[in-house]
Design a protein around this ligand. Structure first.
Ligand code: IVH
Length: 675
């Protein structure tokens, strides 16, 4: 019996090591070697044995990561080696001063440093006794922390047992608990679904998850751990030469360490490292708030020692704060190149993300309402990387009694044209089009583009200069440009000026479709412009059309029709059109298609398959199209009828599976007759 128990004990040990190895491969190396189902099988086997032999359950069993009962309070833990903090450097000059102090303190010309990310999480200490994870604690005041062992055990990347046959008597691993950005987003999504409060950032989410008296809540959140140093240790194997060797040792014990750590030389190496990491910051899987520089040689670290509560041999080079609190003085409305109206907060100047910010975007009216932003509010402004600063939220407690609500204007603040908001859009747009100075450059570039008026050589740089110097205000002004005006511009020789004038001249003879497209009417692309030209045949009829008439054209729905009506309702746009015609822009016109002929199969799509008994495929197509229907080559959920002849192909099967109406030749003829 005893012998049998010994055998089971041995088997369980093997099973636990195997499971922990898979944990390590999955959570630390991100490189699993077995499918999840296989892992689950091993885990269930272990659970079954432990259920049958509860006396054989050990504290380091992977089954013990979860399921512990909630605590009443956290116990206190005294750190045998205090968990100190780091001094900060906020700019290059402060890093330079640090390097100078280190060089002078050691009387060495150039220092070898280990540079690493500064994780934006929570410092913890993991104490291993004889290879087993015994106690895990928060930093607390640096001398006494809280015992959060049960919560830390739920973090899969923290080893419960060191993978060594003769483990050290004591090893305290120090590092940071954090939540990966992707897990943070997932958690907030879940919070939203559950109607619970979202976390402001991954750090708060990690802190909220770790300081739970119920470890089952911690277990339900995905937390990560990264080691960056050691505390108390009685370990003969531990490297004592450099910090980088020490980290490699911790990595060999299966602790996750930062991939981005690097050994660098001297001040130049430090500052280069800072720039490299700053550039990578957004793409890292976790949040960092700076980088940490440590003198790499441990003997040198010891020589430098500590001053009050921080080491002399290390410093944190912090990134500029990304969020700041300031006052919202007013809200202006800016008009973008495409006519979008954006509300912009005018702020009391505030230093954030390394620059002084005076404006921040409020995106659109819905966002202002959602965040309940009012003029006079105290707001939190965020500036991350290269993105435009934005107002994140309002400090409602600080709202003054005279704070004012804001309403989006109904007219463009730049040109005065009506601003409209389409039902499916978040932004309002200026309908001033060609007339609105804010949209002028974009409008002129579009006007001149290849598929529009095709003015060769009129590129962005030239348009910038022409508009900035008020030489060109509307596309019609292009036709008044002389060689002299162009040749005076930067990087413009007589010859190229000549070519551009020629290209402008040549563009005068165009087609109605190109001209309509060139006007830059919202939602009117090239294909719609062609449809409009074919339907109306001349511009005056298009300009006079109302929504109903426009909607009778195939493929033109209410949104496009409204855009067209809005465009020509602006007198400025009509004026711009007249100016263009007056400057000689012309095209061939025709009477257009007869208006408003009722076509009974308008909007219906047919697919033909197999040979019909009395009609060729082309004849059938002609008949369908004559009544306004369309014939398409493939069956989809948008198909209305499939016409089936002899020996139909797979189109027939697809039509049956999609439940589409099937007609034979007779059925088609009846439909054509009756419609
Ligand atoms: S070393 C003796 N390395 O920064 C100092 N700390 O301000 C030991 N931190 O409480 C700290 N990343 O939570 C070190 N790579 C890193 C770090 C790091 C983040 C945090 C840690 C510590 C605080 C010090």
């Amino acid at each position: 019996m005893n012998e049998n128990i010994e055998k089971i004990k041995f088997h369980l040990q093997q099973l636990r090591s195997e499971i922990e190895l898979h944990n390590y491969r999955y959570y630390v190396l991100d490189n699993p070697v077995i499918p999840d189902a296989e892992y689950d099988k091993l885990f269930r086997e272990l659970q079954q044995f432990e259920q049958d032999y509860p006396q054989l359950i050990t504290a380091d069993s992977p089954t013990q990561r979860v399921g512990a009962a909630p605590l009443k309070a956290f116990a206190q833990v005294t750190h045998r080696v205090p968990m100190l903090s780091l001094n900060n450097a906020f700019d290059d000059a402060e890093v330079e001063a640090f390097d100078r102090r280190v060089r002078e303190g050691l009387a060495v010309d150039c220092i070898e440093y280990n540079a690493e990310p500064k994780f934006d999480g929570l410092a913890v200490s993991l104490r291993y006794e004889n290879g087993l994870f015994k106690t895990g604690a928060t930093r607390g005041d640096g001398y006494t922390g809280e015992d959060i062992t049960l919560n830390l055990k739920t973090i899969r990347s923290i080893p419960l047992k060191l993978p060594l046959n003769d483990p050290p008597a004591i090893l305290e691993v120090r590092g940071e608990v954090l939540m990966l950005k992707k897990d943070f987003l997932r958690l907030n999504q879940q919070q939203l679904v559950k109607g619970e409060k979202e976390f402001a950032n991954p750090r708060n989410a990690a802190a909220g998850s770790l300081r739970q008296l119920d470890p089952n809540i911690t277990a339900s959140r995905r937390l990560a751990f990264f080691a960056y140093g050691i505390g108390d240790a009685q370990d003969t194997r531990m490297p004592k030469t450099t910090h980088s060797d020490l980290m490699a040792y911790l990595s060999s014990l299966h602790f996750p360490i930062a991939k981005e750590s690097q050994v660098v030389m001297g001040l130049k190496g430090l500052l280069e490292y800072y720039q490299t990491i700053a550039a990578k910051r957004e793409s890292l899987p976790y949040d960092i708030d700076g980088v940490v520089y440590k003198v790499n040689v441990i003997a040198q670290q010891e020589q430098l020692g500590f001053v009050s509560r921080a080491p002399r041999f290390a410093i944190a080079h912090k990134f500029p704060a990304q969020e700041a609190v300031t006052k919202l003085l007013d809200i202006d409305v800016q008009v973008g190149r495409t006519g979008a109206l954006t509300p912009v907060a005018r702020l009391q100047p505030v230093f954030v993300g390394g620059v002084t910010v005076t404006n921040a975007t409020l995106h659109n009216a819905d966002e202002i309402e959602r965040k309940d932003v009012r003029i006079g509010d105290t707001v939190i402004v965020r500036r991350a990387g290269d993105v435009i600063p934005e107002v994140v939220s309002v400090v409602v407690e600080k709202r003054p009694p005279d704070a004012r609500l804001f309403a989006m204007p109904s007219n463009c603040p730049v040109c005065g044209a009506k601003a409209v908001r389409l039902p499916d859009e978040a932004v309002s747009r200026c309908t001033g089009g060609l007339f609105c100075p804010a949209q002028r450059k974009q409008a002129i570039l579009h006007f001149a583009s290849r598929r529009a008026m095709d003015i060769d050589g009129l590129g962005e740089k030239l348009v910038d200069q022409l508009v900035d110097q008020a030489i060109v205000r509307t596309p019609a002004d292009l036709y008044r440009l002389g060689i002299a005006a162009l040749a005076n511009l930067e990087r413009m020789a007589d010859k190229s000026a000549n070519n551009i004038v020629k290209a402008i001249e040549a563009s005068k003879h165009t087609t109605l479709a190109r001209f309509i497209y060139a006007l830059g009417i919202r939602n009117v692309g090239e294909a719609t412009a062609k449809d409009l030209a074919a339907h109306f045949g001349n511009l005056d009829r298009l300009m006079a059309a109302d929504i109903e008439e426009l909607q009778q054209i195939a493929d033109i729905g209410p949104v496009v029709a409204q855009s067209i009506v809005d465009f020509f309702a602006e007198a400025h746009n009509c004026e711009a059109v007249e100016q263009l015609r007056a400057s000689g822009v012309h095209w061939d016109e025709h009477a257009g298609r007869p208006a408003a002929v009722y076509l009974p199969l308008q909007g219906k799509t047919f697919v033909l398959t197999g040979a019909l008994p009395h009609m060729s495929r082309d004849e059938a197509k002609e008949k369908i199209e004559a009544q306004g229907g369309k014939v398409s080559g493939s069956v989809s959920s948008k198909t209305d009828y499939v016409v089936v002849g002899a020996e139909p192909g797979s189109k027939y099967d697809k039509a049956v599976s999609l439940g589409i109406t099937i007609l034979d030749e007779d059925g088609l003829l009846k439909l054509l007759d009756h419609s």
